[in-house]
Design a protein around this ligand. Structure first.
Ligand SMILES: *Cc1c(COP(=O)(O)O)cnc(C)c1O
Length: 390
């Protein structure tokens, strides 16, 4: 005895542990993090508040003070809010509560791979309705405000809206997640489509707005919570609010949805330190606006610069990152050369939906300029290499 180990749950067969190749680099442009820390005024308050935390005591299991602060921000009440150890934990809670053997999730790839991964772990059947791929050569501007004014979706990989509506009408979908702005493509779905979807199904419709702060005003579906019981909106402090290292995400939903999820939630998953930091951040949200706006405008500028490069097709994005396809050079080779030059981006070329494509997160302007210059010289080098080889 002792030489053998029983196998795990068969849902784990063939699962490869998540490894986004998050390596140290001079320019960290791979994880859509905020390039800067907390604004100085907030950081000062955080230090004071942290010094008062009683680490020998359990945290508030329901995080009620923090839930109140979050609720206030949206004109909701604490019963509408659940916090998690990062948005990722909440996505898992949803997958556990609304999925499982004999249940079905609808996915719209290419999108955040965590949705399908969670479904697989829970033994949930996944139905894919692929996003459409639009001709992208016509895009010359990434103007967020104009696209919203037209009430339309933005991007090159829009959700196949009619196919999704038809599929949910069959009645067997238990939940689905629409990521908007979509990671990794940057597409924005229209509020109008989400509302039609909410009306077409009793499935839980999770709208992942992890990048909502970067999107144009009026693109959030939070106002729909007032009328739709089957909506849950995911948000996080990891991106616009500089707190990826702290792990704090939250879900806004009808109290019935929150109550179901609380049955699943690990009571102490959001520790006292995270609750304390998040409470300070929620008191000073305004102080983050300037940097968020800068990153959004950098996204528009870098989009233009990438598309101006030979052999690069950049996809329009409403977030703080850009997916781009290399038409000639090999994305894996370019990824490695960027990394060797101190620039870490994310390689999406393993996905059949995003062949030969990389995703770059926005840094401050000097960092983005350094990325663009490095990429341009690598592509130049690759071009002359391929010419030499004939
Ligand atoms: C980053 C991200 C999240 C949540 O991230 P956390 O750090 O776990 O809060 C959720 N959805 C998408 C699409 C993301 O990119």
């Amino acid at each position: 005895m002792g030489q053998n180990l029983r196998p795990t749950n068969k849902n784990l067969d063939g699962v490869v542990p998540y490894d986004p190749k998050y390596l140290p680099a001079r320019l960290m442009l791979s994880a859509n993090e905020n390039p800067g820390g907390l604004p100085t005024a907030v950081a000062g308050e955080v230090i004071v508040a942290l010094s008062k935390v009683q680490m020998n005591r359990y945290p508030d299991p329901l995080a009620n003070d923090l839930r109140d602060l979050i609720a206030q921000q949206y004109g909701l009440v604490r019963e509408n809010v659940m916090v998690g150890n990062g948005g990722d934990e909440l996505l898992f809670n949803i997958a556990f509560a609304w999925g499982g053997a004999g249940r079905t999730m609808l996915d719209c790839p290419p999108t955040f791979s965590v949705y399908a991964a969670n479904a697989r772990l829970c033994g949930t059947t996944v139905v894919n309705i692929d996003r459409k791929i639009e001709q992208v050569t016509g895009f010359c501007s990434n103007d967020r405000v104009a696209s919203i004014a037209l009430g339309s979706a933005l991007g090159a990989f829009p959700v196949n809206e009619e196919a999704v509506l038809e599929r949910v009408a069959q009645g067997d979908i238990d939940y689905l997640t629409i990521c908007t702005p979509n990671n990794p493509t940057g597409d924005l779905s229209s509020v109008d489509f989400i509302e039609r979807l909410l009306d077409a199904t009793d499935a839980l419709v999770v709208v992942d707005e992890a990048y909502g702060e970067f999107a144009p005003e009026g693109s959030s579906v939070v106002p729909l919570l007032a009328k739709h019981k089957n909506l849950a909106v995911l948000r996080t402090l990891s991106k616009a609010y500089s707190m990826a290292g702290v792990r704090l995400g939250y879900l806004l939903a009808n109290p019935e949805v929150i109550t179901e999820l609380q049955k699943v939630r690990q009571p102490y998953s959001v520790d006292s330190l995270s609750q304390t930091v998040a409470k300070e951040v929620f008191k000073f949200l305004d102080l983050f606006e300037a940097r968020t706006a800068l990153l959004a405008s950098e996204c528009d500028r870098v989009f233009e610069a990438l598309n101006a490069m030979d052999g690069v097709v950049a996809y329009p994005s409403a977030a703080n990152y850009i997916l781009f396809k290399l038409e000639e050079a090999d994305a894996g080779v370019v990824w490695q050369k960027l990394y060797d030059a101190g620039v870490l981006v994310r390689d999406f070329s393993a996905s059949p939906y995003t062949p030969n494509s990389l995703r770059v997160s926005m840094g401050i302007p000097e960092q983005n300029d350094a990325f663009l210059a490095t990429l341009a010289s690598i592509l130049e080098e690759e071009k002359s290499n391929s010419e030499l080889q004939g």
